[in-house]
Design a protein around this ligand. Structure first.
Ligand code: AMP
Length: 292
């Protein structure tokens, strides 16, 4: 595995690969890698000859009161993880190589960011869209793989690529979970054992939503209310930010559940903000949204 820090080095290497006829797949991450990231590398491998991962804790997507400083950065373990997962090229840029002091262009979106996490994390998606634009311009991959765990982000990146006429195809890979259902996340390591137990409320709420849908319930308000009640079992230290049923295409709330409805929840447990979601009828809408 080759490790590069400079954007120019990565760009040179990937251009050469493409000229030689190789297909390039790209998986951007913020490190603190876990099996969920590993599953994205596997998807990337299935769709390309060369897999590139990046690790960059992007400062512009963290709010002033968020966890940028304490975000885990286990670089040696992450590099070993990538090598063992068969990543061919690891790109770990320094902050100053991504953001020159005079950096002044930001990528702003005005529809899909209105709901879900958007209002709770002002500026977050602007930071994400800006850095992903930079990374896609540097790597110029044929395919990029994002996790459904961050469903709003994944739909935003698909829309970014469409609206800015980038040539990358954006695949959305399923959420990897611990055996008890908790969606894997680098932030799970912030949780105490009590908080970890309470965090199961998120996946349990979503499971209930899926079960009600399978039983034929279609009223979104009724299903969200039932899911909200399950999220409320996360204990006194839990704050529910949202429990929503939205259209996966537009991320706008729906009245009636159908295949392609995204059920999404966000609960803060102590100092840790957790999100999770499911797409109803996922297999039936997979092709429409490049869900793999
Ligand atoms: P992060 O390092 O948290 O920025 O995540 C990097 C990529 O991994 C994003 O596309 C995430 O959606 C994805 N990801 C994070 N957690 C999971 C998970 N549990 N299962 C699948 N993909 C994930």
């Amino acid at each position: 595995m080759d490790v590069f820090a400079l954007p120019a080095e990565v760009r040179e290497r990937t251009s050469a690969l493409r000229r030689a006829g190789s297909r390039v797949a790209f998986v951007p991450t913020m490190g603190a890698l876990h099996a969920g990231h590993g599953s994205l590398f596997d998807v990337a491998r299935r769709h390309a000859d060369c897999v590139i991962a990046s690790i960059f804790v992007n400062p512009t997507q963290f709010g002033p009161a968020e966890d940028f400083d304490r975000y885990p950065r286990p670089f040696a373990a992450d590099a070993a993880f990538c090598a063992a997962a068969g990543v061919d090229i690891l790109f770990c840029p320094r902050r100053e190589d991504m953001y020159a002091p005079e950096h002044s262009i930001l990528v702003v979106e005005g529809a899909l960011t209105r709901g879900l996490c958007g209002p709770f994390r002002p500026g977050h998606f602007r930071g994400v869209l800006t850095v992903v634009t930079q990374l896609l311009n540097i790597v110029q991959p044929d395919v990029a793989v994002f996790g459904q765990k961050d469903a709003q982000q994944a739909r935003l990146i698909q829309t970014l690529v469409r609206d800015l006429h980038m040539h990358t195809r954006v695949l959305v890979a399923p959420t990897w979970r611990d055996p008890d259902g908790l969606a894997m996340s680098s932030r799970n390591q912030y949780l105490s054992s009590d908080e970890r137990r309470h965090a199961l409320a998120l996946s349990q709420a979503l499971q209930l939503g899926e079960t009600l849908y399978a039983q034929g319930v279609r009223d979104a308000a009724q299903v969200c209310a039932r899911m909200h009640a399950v999220c409320a079992t996360a204990g006194a230290a839990a704050v529910i930010e949202y429990v929503e049923a939205v259209d996966f295409a537009t991320l706008r709330p729906v009245v009636e559940l159908v295949d392609g409805t995204l059920l999404a929840v966000c609960v803060r447990i102590g100092r840790t903000r957790l999100i999770d979601n499911v797409v109803l009828g996922r297999a039936r809408v997979a092709r429409e949204y490049d869900l793999v």
